[in-house]
Design a protein around this ligand. Sequence first.
Ligand code: KG4
Ligand code: ZN
Length: 381
Amino acid sequence: MLRDAWISPGLAGEPRMIRRPGSGGQARPRFSLATGLPGPQNPLMRVLGIETSCDETGVAVHDTAAGLLAHALHSQVALHAEYGGVVPELASRDHVRRLLPLVRQVLAEAGLTPADLDGVAYTAGPGLVGALMVGAAAGRALAWALGVPAVAVHHMEGHLLAPMLDDPDLKPPFVALLVSGGHTQLVQVRAVGDYELLGETLDDAAGEAFDKTAKLMGLPYPGGPELARLAEQGRPDRFRFARPMTDRPGLDFSFSGLKTQVLLAWQGSDQEAQTRADLARGFEDAVVDTLAIKCARALDRTGADTLVVAGGVGANRRLREKLQALAAERGARVRFPRPAFCTDNGAMIAFAGALRLQAGQREPAAVNVTPRWDMASLPAV
Ligand code: KG4
Ligand code: ZN
């Protein structure tokens, strides 16, 4: 019973039961909690952002008046390449090595000293627990030492807000397609911090499907961008794979069957270079079409006129083109972060953290990370 009647206090404080439309009455939480936190609203702030949730150390400074002042990224691709995937302990150790030099570099590039910072934001989840601990411990300690507030940022909220970094006019409400290595979600964004999950993957995330499919065709790690590059030389009509779960209503996804289809086609093929490129193209078209079909449905269902796309797969050229065309047909608009801010970065964490710090949110002087973290549980800004 309780499962079906999830109750969330609304912004005004009255209880509100939210049902997920069109899902046979299955309730999904829609969180919209009044923060009740003290603190000045909308002060001007310079915020240091730290991202260490996986295999990239990202650092940035965001100024709430002037925008992004500086950012830097260290990718661990070379470190993990020989293992064919991310080795969590190696990732943590590399974050330890890289983080403080990157902070110094970014502050120097922004022409700032640590004393110029008004707050520190760090990714506290979801992600690899050891990797998260590095950024959280360093970020929280730095804020403590400087006597400024710290805030823990949800990695996916960072992705979701990243398109606003370069587009100050972009504001909710909108529908967001979050497509990363760990998540594939459609989210109705009514306000910053007011998120309703419309649909998500039941198995592999879109980025994960790119990575696994690349691996089974023998492409080097990290496979996703490599497979996308290969697909550029592939012919669109040689392999046609299913568009999973588009033949039934709903906004959920499933991508794990697709990689099996590619595997079988690969095993039964001549395994020549052109065949591999054609398979990559067939796979990419299937993922892109599937994502586009569900985005159109989400826009229909919510009545939204703006689609925001974020996360690593948002860097995919064909996906960007397809969704641009879809938006143009419907008189809607679609917004992406610049490709460098689709994948993990410190700028999105500095930006999301600055919004929350401006709204008065603060972390107590303790280091907590949340490796599994439901974004719908965030308080409203
Ligand atoms: O957002 P992100 O950097 O990290 C996570 O939060 O997971 O996303 C990484 C994912 C990887 O699965 C990677 O293969 C995928 O994004 N990706 C791409 C492209 N660039 C990165 N997938 C398809 N096409 C691309 N151009
Ligand atoms: Zn990410």
